[in-house]
Design a protein. Structure first.
Length: 406
């Protein structure tokens, strides 16, 4: 993570969190540009040999400034709605670097994507292909599509973020894919350019990826189609806790190199979490501290509406005090939000350094699926987002006004 202590004070890169909090209402998201650039380049460098197109998965963090910064580093975008498509365009991502994914794209969304001329629309059913063909015909266009295959692979990740198993709603099962390929000629306004796959998120071992590549290779050969692109999706797991396993991308990149050589195709990736997961923190203030039974509840001004992952997936995100008081410890601590739901709880600790009301804390590694998953639940305004770049503090989304949601 980009958070470090200098003495007792918590910094993001070389900026003290305390100083950012003086000028901004908590809770707020803060991101490190340096860390994001580093992650992006690290990812790219693993695959340098094959010069892939990296389409940042906009759903992981849909802040237009961040997308635009990634665009300047060479990234394209993986979008799943008209809103995300428009954000990518606004962030100056060229249409020929945008892929449009999702199982339920509407006619309006598809029309917008076809008009924009995105690189690929990754279809997930034959009905969707029919609809794209119909719209394209009306618009006298030939639309480039990819076909998402459901490889029937278990990604060994949280069941709620696993997408590649046979009984999941995603992609075309192998047999349907092959029959679709046979019938493709009847869709006169479609051009089949790609095969795509995405088996899940927060995947920490290479095994499921290896199986997927093997399955893809076999089925591509069976289809007898020369696909220009293979879009291998995202899913690369990061470590949220000390010593937690993360994906060995180097190992995976060797497999992808071989795969690419055998098929001589261009490779697309759609990483989200790997690029932005560890670049951000959610800064929150302690409203109250109270003891119920033998538990010390630390009640924050950030709630599950601001950051959903713990409530939704039981995800563990460490919480760090912005000012670390050295001596005393308190036992049995639970950090909770202000919302009237038991699941509005962030994390528990057996021991924690002493805290006081009004102190600030940082919930760590919230750059991916943090602000993008936040909501107005309890009619609470969306938090602001701040980017630290070259020592400058820039507000990249202002805090929503309550009047805007009434
Ligand atoms: N491509 C497709 C088609 C996807 O559905 C996703 C994520 C990605 C790429 C990016 O996956 P990543 O590299 O970030 O793992 N809200 C959950 C994660 C949901 C992921 C949905 N799809 C979480 O907070 O863990």
């Amino acid at each position: 993570m980009s958070l470090v202590y200098k003495g007792q004070n918590l910094y993001i890169d070389s900026t003290p969190i305390k100083s950012i909090a003086k000028k901004n209402i908590t809770p707020f998201y803060v991101y490190s540009y340096n860390k994001m650039r580093n992650n992006y380049q690290t990812f790219y460098n693993y695959f340098k040999k094959i010069n892939p197109l990296i389409c940042f998965s906009v759903k992981s963090n849909s802040n237009v400034s961040l997308i635009s910064e990634l665009g300047k580093l060479g990234s394209g975008a993986d979008v799943v709605s008209e809103g995300e498509l428009r954000k990518a365009i606004k962030a100056n991502i060229k249409p020929n670097k945008i892929v449009f994914s999702g199982i339920g794209k509407t006619e309006q969304e598809l029309t917008k994507a076809i008009k924009t001329g995105v690189l690929l629309i990754n279809i997930e059913s034959e009905s969707e292909a029919k609809l794209i063909n119909k719209i394209s015909k009306k618009m006298r266009k030939i639309t480039n599509i990819g076909i998402r295959i459901n490889p029937g692979v278990d990604a060994n990740t949280l069941s709620k973020i696993s997408t590649g198993k046979t009984d999941s709603k995603f992609g075309l099962p192998k047999s349907n894919f092959l029959s679709f390929c046979k019938n493709i000629k009847k869709f006169k306004n479609l051009k089949i350019k790609a095969v795509s796959v995405h088996i899940g998120s927060q995947i920490t071992s290479v095994g499921p990826y290896r199986k997927t590549l093997n399955t893809l290779y076999k089925i591509i050969k069976l289809s007898r189609i020369n696909f220009e692109y293979v879009d291998l999706g995202g899913g690369f797991g990061i470590s949220y806790q000390d010593k937690e396993k993360k994906i060995d991308i180097k190992n995976y990149s060797r497999l992808v190199d071989k795969f690419q050589k055998k098929l001589n195709c261009k490779i697309i990736f759609e990483p989200g979490r790997f690029v932005v997961g560890n670049v951000g923190a959610l800064i929150s203030k302690i409203i109250y501290i109270k003891k119920n039974g033998n538990k010390n509840f630390i009640i924050l001004d950030a709630g599950m509406n601001d950051f959903m992952r713990p409530a939704l997936y039981n995800a563990k995100h460490n919480i760090l005090p912005v000012l670390k008081l050295k001596k005393k410890l308190i036992g049995n601590v639970e950090f909770v939000g202000p919302i009237c739901e038991s699941t509005d709880s962030f994390i528990k600790y057996k021991n924690y350094s002493i805290l006081n009301e009004n102190n600030l804390v940082a919930i760590s590694d919230v750059g991916a699926y943090g602000s993008s998953l936040s909501s107005n639940y309890n009619t609470r305004p969306l938090a602001s987002e701040i980017l630290i770049k070259k020592g400058k503090v820039k507000i990249i989304r202002r805090r929503q006004k309550i009047s805007e949601i009434i």
